[in-house]
Design a binder for this molecule. Structure first.
Ligand code: FES
Length: 174
Protein backbone atom coordinates (compact mmCIF):
# COMPACT_ATOMS: atom_id res chain seq x y z
CA UNK A 1 0.00 0.00 0.00
CA UNK A 2 1.46 3.35 -0.99
CA UNK A 3 1.95 6.08 1.60
CA UNK A 4 -0.81 8.19 0.08
CA UNK A 5 -3.42 5.46 -0.07
CA UNK A 6 -2.53 4.37 3.47
CA UNK A 7 -3.14 7.90 4.78
CA UNK A 8 -6.43 8.03 2.90
CA UNK A 9 -7.42 4.64 4.32
CA UNK A 10 -6.65 5.73 7.90
CA UNK A 11 -8.56 9.00 7.50
CA UNK A 12 -11.57 7.17 6.09
CA UNK A 13 -11.45 4.72 9.01
CA UNK A 14 -11.44 7.57 11.52
CA UNK A 15 -14.48 9.06 9.80
CA UNK A 16 -16.38 5.80 9.99
CA UNK A 17 -15.56 5.21 13.65
CA UNK A 18 -16.01 8.74 14.96
CA UNK A 19 -18.41 10.19 12.45
CA UNK A 20 -16.25 13.28 12.69
CA UNK A 21 -16.15 13.88 8.97
CA UNK A 22 -19.92 14.00 8.47
CA UNK A 23 -20.19 17.74 9.01
CA UNK A 24 -17.12 18.58 6.98
CA UNK A 25 -18.35 16.33 4.19
CA UNK A 26 -21.47 18.45 3.75
CA UNK A 27 -21.18 21.30 1.28
CA UNK A 28 -21.41 24.81 2.63
CA UNK A 29 -24.25 26.24 0.61
CA UNK A 30 -24.74 29.52 2.45
CA UNK A 31 -28.39 29.64 1.36
CA UNK A 32 -30.80 31.72 3.46
CA UNK A 33 -33.04 28.65 3.70
CA UNK A 34 -30.44 26.82 5.78
CA UNK A 35 -31.28 28.85 8.91
CA UNK A 36 -34.99 28.17 8.49
CA UNK A 37 -34.37 24.45 8.03
CA UNK A 38 -32.25 24.38 11.18
CA UNK A 39 -34.90 26.11 13.27
CA UNK A 40 -37.58 23.60 12.31
CA UNK A 41 -35.36 20.87 13.73
CA UNK A 42 -35.52 22.50 17.17
CA UNK A 43 -38.32 20.78 19.06
CA UNK A 44 -37.46 22.03 22.53
CA UNK A 45 -39.62 24.95 23.59
CA UNK A 46 -38.43 27.22 26.37
CA UNK A 47 -39.65 26.28 29.84
CA UNK A 48 -41.57 28.89 31.77
CA UNK A 49 -39.98 30.18 34.97
CA UNK A 50 -42.77 29.85 37.52
CA UNK A 51 -42.66 30.89 41.16
CA UNK A 52 -43.97 28.01 43.26
CA UNK A 53 -43.67 29.11 46.89
CA UNK A 54 -41.29 30.79 49.34
CA UNK A 55 -38.87 28.73 51.44
CA UNK A 56 -40.83 29.68 54.57
CA UNK A 57 -44.00 28.16 53.09
CA UNK A 58 -42.50 24.66 53.33
CA UNK A 59 -42.29 22.58 56.48
CA UNK A 60 -40.20 19.43 56.89
CA UNK A 61 -42.17 16.35 55.87
CA UNK A 62 -44.59 18.42 53.83
CA UNK A 63 -45.90 17.80 50.31
CA UNK A 64 -47.37 20.63 48.28
CA UNK A 65 -49.41 19.70 45.22
CA UNK A 66 -48.93 22.16 42.40
CA UNK A 67 -48.67 22.06 38.63
CA UNK A 68 -45.87 22.74 36.16
CA UNK A 69 -45.22 23.63 33.34
CA UNK A 70 -48.99 24.01 32.87
CA UNK A 71 -52.20 23.21 34.71
CA UNK A 72 -52.52 19.80 33.06
CA UNK A 73 -49.28 18.58 34.63
CA UNK A 74 -49.55 17.91 38.38
CA UNK A 75 -46.36 17.97 40.44
CA UNK A 76 -45.44 17.49 44.07
CA UNK A 77 -43.03 19.81 45.86
CA UNK A 78 -41.45 18.05 48.82
CA UNK A 79 -39.32 19.10 51.77
CA UNK A 80 -37.73 16.19 53.60
CA UNK A 81 -35.95 17.90 56.47
CA UNK A 82 -32.71 16.07 55.64
CA UNK A 83 -30.44 16.16 52.60
CA UNK A 84 -31.63 14.09 49.65
CA UNK A 85 -30.17 13.38 46.22
CA UNK A 86 -30.48 16.50 44.01
CA UNK A 87 -32.12 18.34 46.92
CA UNK A 88 -32.23 22.16 46.82
CA UNK A 89 -32.33 24.85 49.48
CA UNK A 90 -30.26 25.51 52.60
CA UNK A 91 -30.82 21.94 53.82
CA UNK A 92 -30.59 20.36 50.36
CA UNK A 93 -33.90 18.67 51.06
CA UNK A 94 -36.35 20.23 48.59
CA UNK A 95 -37.31 18.36 45.41
CA UNK A 96 -40.25 18.29 43.02
CA UNK A 97 -41.54 15.62 40.67
CA UNK A 98 -44.26 14.96 38.13
CA UNK A 99 -47.18 13.07 39.65
CA UNK A 100 -47.83 11.05 36.49
CA UNK A 101 -46.47 7.52 36.60
CA UNK A 102 -44.06 6.77 33.76
CA UNK A 103 -45.68 3.37 33.13
CA UNK A 104 -49.21 4.29 32.04
CA UNK A 105 -49.84 7.65 33.58
CA UNK A 106 -51.42 6.74 36.90
CA UNK A 107 -51.63 9.66 39.31
CA UNK A 108 -49.06 9.02 42.00
CA UNK A 109 -49.51 9.38 45.74
CA UNK A 110 -46.54 10.46 47.84
CA UNK A 111 -46.21 8.57 51.11
CA UNK A 112 -44.03 10.17 53.76
CA UNK A 113 -43.39 6.88 55.56
CA UNK A 114 -41.63 5.40 52.52
CA UNK A 115 -40.34 8.68 51.06
CA UNK A 116 -41.62 7.42 47.72
CA UNK A 117 -44.36 7.96 45.19
CA UNK A 118 -46.76 5.03 44.86
CA UNK A 119 -48.84 4.26 41.80
CA UNK A 120 -52.38 3.01 42.51
CA UNK A 121 -52.72 1.33 39.10
CA UNK A 122 -49.93 -1.26 38.95
CA UNK A 123 -48.05 -0.43 42.15
CA UNK A 124 -44.85 1.09 40.80
CA UNK A 125 -42.78 3.03 43.33
CA UNK A 126 -40.42 5.94 42.72
CA UNK A 127 -37.92 7.02 45.36
CA UNK A 128 -38.22 10.79 45.85
CA UNK A 129 -35.05 10.82 47.94
CA UNK A 130 -33.04 9.35 45.07
CA UNK A 131 -33.99 11.56 42.16
CA UNK A 132 -37.25 9.75 41.37
CA UNK A 133 -35.55 6.40 40.87
CA UNK A 134 -37.90 3.58 39.89
CA UNK A 135 -37.61 1.02 42.68
CA UNK A 136 -40.38 -1.45 41.97
CA UNK A 137 -43.06 -2.19 39.38
CA UNK A 138 -43.53 -2.11 35.65
CA UNK A 139 -42.34 1.43 35.01
CA UNK A 140 -39.02 1.48 33.18
CA UNK A 141 -38.34 5.20 33.35
CA UNK A 142 -37.56 7.20 36.46
CA UNK A 143 -39.95 9.91 37.52
CA UNK A 144 -39.49 13.23 35.70
CA UNK A 145 -37.97 15.73 38.11
CA UNK A 146 -38.78 19.41 38.17
CA UNK A 147 -35.68 21.60 38.06
CA UNK A 148 -35.81 24.18 40.83
CA UNK A 149 -34.04 27.46 41.45
CA UNK A 150 -34.10 29.44 44.68
CA UNK A 151 -33.35 33.15 44.48
CA UNK A 152 -31.69 35.37 47.10
CA UNK A 153 -35.08 36.23 48.60
CA UNK A 154 -35.92 32.57 49.14
CA UNK A 155 -38.51 32.27 46.39
CA UNK A 156 -38.57 28.81 44.82
CA UNK A 157 -39.00 28.68 41.04
CA UNK A 158 -39.68 25.81 38.68
CA UNK A 159 -37.51 26.27 35.61
CA UNK A 160 -37.57 22.97 33.73
CA UNK A 161 -38.16 19.23 33.87
CA UNK A 162 -35.66 16.40 33.52
CA UNK A 163 -37.44 13.55 31.79
CA UNK A 164 -40.58 13.38 29.71
CA UNK A 165 -43.98 13.81 31.37
CA UNK A 166 -46.12 10.74 30.71
CA UNK A 167 -48.35 11.03 27.64
CA UNK A 168 -46.50 13.93 26.05
CA UNK A 169 -44.23 14.22 23.08
CA UNK A 170 -42.83 17.42 24.56
CA UNK A 171 -43.02 18.70 28.13
CA UNK A 172 -43.86 22.23 27.01
CA UNK A 173 -46.94 22.24 24.85
CA UNK A 174 -46.91 24.54 21.83
S1 FES B 1 -49.56 3.22 35.61
FE1 FES B 1 -48.23 3.26 37.31
S2 FES B 1 -47.49 1.26 37.46
FE2 FES B 1 -48.81 1.21 35.76
Amino acid sequence: MSDLSRRHFLKLGACVVGGACAASALPETGHAGDAVAASTLTTTLPYPRVKLVHLTDLKAGQELRLSYPDNASPISLLKFGKPVLTGMGPDQDIVAFSRYCTHMGGTLQFKADTGAFHCPLHYAMFDAQKGGLTVIGQATDNLPQVELEIDAKGDIYAVGIKGLIYGRQANVLA
